[in-house]
Design a protein around this ligand. Structure first.
Ligand code: AMP
Ligand code: MN
Ligand code: ZN
Length: 785
């Protein structure tokens, strides 16, 4: 560890506080007496100082591009050297209580924070760190400091993965701010400042550091241990407005100009106004921390919740630092969907004509090319240009050649005139890859990948006018008339998003008074009880994903209906924990894909029927034997004739009865077939006609006999639902609930094989664990059943 004095252990041990166990209450009192002097006057002075350069103006930005250093193409760190940081963070979390957290948050030693006016970057010193020597003297200055605040500025345009341009470090006890050049010192920051960043004895105050944590790892190999995230604290306090901009205004009367968020932070030398903006993002954080901690402690004192909000804010802050950078790319399908959505909303050229399949191909080319050129996707080919290029090849387009594609791309770029895009760099990157792009755009598409209104499935056959009308009628009849996913939100008590649901469920929660309307948000509620379901709480869980109103197989965004991946006849007989609202296995399919999936299901059911020996349309005859409906159909017809036709000749009656006896395997022949038997046979069918006939037959019988016959007829379960029940019972009897999981997986596989769905939610999987635990209030909890 780099810190001097070697005193970095000991923090994190609960109960070590020498001031007695209730010192934090005093800390809260001190906080209450803090007078937070505004620094807006000093701030205004610094703002007016240098306004000559406006790097974020459209023109200014383009001029700057020529002057900024080109970001070095860099290797990703081969393996992130976490060096036990994850474990250290876990340890901090495991030992977090009010005392230890107050100590780790330096609430005792930060009285200098009262001295508010010295915090302003223009009156305090702000030091540029551009060389290794300067970096090491920053390290010297940090020696022994228990608290720093950090922020990063990032550039994502002319770099494939993005790059950290600036690291702001503020030392509150010295009121000194440092701006570290992340471009010049990319390889040095980690070795030099890494030890401080992972030292649990140094508190790192940050705001909304979800991205910063990842960028620090990716670019410098740095991990943070012991952080306090002021954004997380605001969330725990249930605040509505949690942007730093809002908080600086509210607490310090300081205005923050959002234009710098999108500034080009590669510019060197860094203009004065950008420098003061950058350090301002960091230098108020320690004071903000103090104010929020005071609020957290007050709220904790007034409630018996465990953990208290104060500790919870600390725990959740550590969770931010537990995030690990992964070099993942968005799926081309998702990106193509995004482009299509924007193209339609913003009425881009070609937006009406292009289909997803073609967009996917262009987007795949873009990802590959952007990585080669080390620029962002948008710098390689902006979304609007993707749509324009794909439209060239789509039906009604001019056809894809190198000229037409280049022309479409340049036209789109010119029309949209993005402030960042440098047309020279753009052309230079595009030209050598034009042939590959044309090949991608013009490639023939598979079924279901066609352009809007194109042929699509049905074997690619051109339908005649009558056939087409029939198909349209069919689609109209079956399609859902409103969006399937209403995307209403449910938040937990801490204000974290739990899951998405529909209006009906929202209304249910509100009516039961176990949730309240989420303030300031439409179609959202907050639960009033602690939600326990573990799989819904993990941030990455399936249930958190908002679902698109599109066919999960081909991406069509019209004419879809809900599809149950596991056929109802089986699912109906599953135990509760397997069959509750399984949104995982209910997906949207367009009418076409629905048909294809349904055929695949029938094939799988047939296989299952052959393997288990349970007929698909199963009936149990009077002798308790399982029979396929086709074998019994003749007997049913005979019975119907017998029952509904009056005045049949005696001979004809005997013939019909013998046929029934034979089909049912009755030994006594026609004599065994009386009215009860006839009713029983007819009741195999659940059709309205059959039920009417049965009713009439029963009415004509003597009371006792009618009673017995009714019991038989009504107790008769048949058809595919009986098939489902028998199969499920058989499987559970042989191998328990696991066998049902096997059945579930089998249908998911059949579904995937039949459609090769490209637009399933990312976390959808064939193996998705189908079991689910239910909370105390869930209607699926057996206690509440
Ligand atoms: P901040 O957390 O505000 O210091 O932002 C850090 C970096 O995130 C900035 O340098 C930008 O690269 C990026 N960033 C933040 N906000 C935005 C935004 N609204 N649009 C684009 N990029 C942003
Ligand atoms: Mn910032
Ligand atoms: Zn489809």
């Amino acid at each position: 560890m780099a810190r001097g004095g070697g005193g970095s252990d000991g923090h994190g041990e609960p109960g070590r506080g020498d001031n007695g166990s209730s010192w934090w209450l005093r800390a809260a009192a001190v906080g209450a007496s803090l007078v937070i002097a505004g620094c807006s006057a000093a701030y205004l002075i610094s703002r007016t100082r240098d306004r000559r350069r406006k790097p974020n103006d459209q023109k200014g930005a383009k001029e700057d591009l020529a002057r900024v250093p080109r970001v070095r193409q860099r290797k990703l760190l081969p393996a992130l050297f976490d060096e036990g940081c994850g474990l250290a963070i876990r340890k901090l979390m495991d030992t977090a209580d009010v005392t230890s957290v107050a100590e780790r948050l330096c609430l005792k030693d930060d009285h200098h924070l009262q001295d508010a006016d010295a915090l302003d970057p223009s009156s305090g010193s702000c030091i540029w760190v551009g060389t290794i020597e300067e970096l090491w003297s920053l390290r010297e200055d940090l020696r022994g400091e228990p608290e720093v605040s950090l922020d990063l500025e990032h550039h994502s345009w002319y770099s494939f993965r993005g790059t950290t341009c600036l690291l702001q470090v503020y030392i509150p006890s010295k009121r000194r701010g440092y701006l570290v050049d992340g471009l010049a010192l990319r390889d040095e920051v980690g070795p030099c400042l890494g030890p401080m960043m992972r030292d649990p004895a140094v508190l790192k105050v940050v705001h909304g550091a979800g991205n910063d944590v990842l960028w620090l790892q990716r670019d410098f190999g740095c991990f943070l241990v012991n952080v306090f995230d002021t954004e997380v604290a605001c969330k725990v306090l249930g605040k509505d407005k949690i942007s730093l901009k809002h908080l600086l205004a509210e607490h310090f009367g300081v205005a923050k100009d959002s234009k710098y968020q999108k500034a080009d932070w590669r510019v060197r030398p860094l203009p004065q106004d950008m420098a003061s903006y950058a350090i301002r993002d960091a230098c108020y954080l320690p004071k903000l921390k103090r104010a929020l901690c005071k609020e957290l402690l007050e709220r904790s004192a007034a409630s018996s919740a465990n953990p208290t909000k104060f500790v919870l804010a600390y725990l959740k802050s550590q969770k931010v630092s537990l995030r690990v950078y992964k070099d993942t790319k968005r799926r081309p399908q998702d990106m193509a969907m995004g482009v299509l959505r924007k193209a339609k909303q913003r009425k881009w050229e070609g937006g009406k004509r292009v289909g997803l399949g073609r967009l996917v191909k262009v987007v795949e080319w873009r990802t590959k090319s952007a990585e080669e050129c080390d620029v962002s996707m948008q710098a390689m080919l902006p979304d609007y240009a993707v749509a324009a290029v794909a439209a060239v090849a789509a039906v009604g387009g001019e056809g894809a050649t190198e000229e037409s594609v280049m022309e479409a791309a340049m036209r789109a770029v010119k029309e949209h005139d993005s402030p960042y895009l440098d047309t020279e760099i753009f052309e230079g990157n595009l030209r050598p890859r034009l042939a590959a792009l044309v090949e991608a755009v013009a490639a023939p598409l598979g079924s279901g990948e066609g352009d809007q209104g194109g042929g699509g499935r049905m074997g690619g056959k051109v339908k005649d006018a009558k056939g087409k009308q029939r198909w349209l009628d069919h689609v109209e009849r079956f399609r859902r008339k409103k969006p399937a996913y209403e995307q209403c939100k449910i938040y937990d008590m801490e204000g974290q998003l739990l899951c998405y649901c529909d209006q009906k469920k929202l209304a249910w929660y509100l009516k039961k008074k176990i949730a309240k309307q989420m303030p300031g948000e439409k179609d959202a509620v907050q639960l009033l009880f602690k939600h326990r379901s573990a799989d819904q709480q993990s941030g990455e869980s399936f249930y958190l994903e908002s679902k698109a109103n599109t066919c999960v197989a081909c991406g069509e965004d019209r004419n879809f209906l809900k599809y149950h991946v596991i056929p109802k006849c089986y699912r109906q007989n599953f135990p509760l924990n397997l069959k509750s609202h399984r949104s995982h296995d209910i997906v949207l399919l367009c009418v076409r894909c629905h048909q294809i999936a349904a055929e695949a299901v029938e094939r799988t059911k047939k296989e299952i029927s052959e393997e288990t020996g349970v007929p698909l349309n199963v009936h149990v005859d009077s002798n308790g034997r399982m029979r396929e409906w086709t074998e019994l159909k003749q007997a049913y017809k005979s019975a119907m004739t017998l029952a509904s036709k009056t005045g049949l000749p005696r001979k004809r009656q005997a013939q019909l009865k013998s046929a029934i006896a034979e089909a049912l395997g009755l030994t006594g022949g026609a004599d065994d077939v009386d009215d009860s038997r006839v009713a029983e046979v007819i009741s195999m069918s659940k059709s309205r006609g059959a039920r009417k006939v049965v009713k009439e037959l029963l009415a004509a019988m003597p009371p006792g006999e009618a009673e017995r016959a009714r019991a038989v007829c009504e107790g008769r379960e048949s058809g595919q639902y009986l098939h489902g029940r028998m199969v499920v019972e058989r499987l559970v009897g042989e191998r328990g609930d696991d066998a049902l999981l096997g059945l579930i997986v089998r249908f998911r596989e059949a579904f995937v094989r039949a459609l090769d769905p490209k637009f399933l939610p990312r976390s959808w999987s064939v193996e998705h664990d189908a079991k689910r635990e239910f909370g105390d209030r869930s209607v699926y909890n057996e206690k509440n059943a």
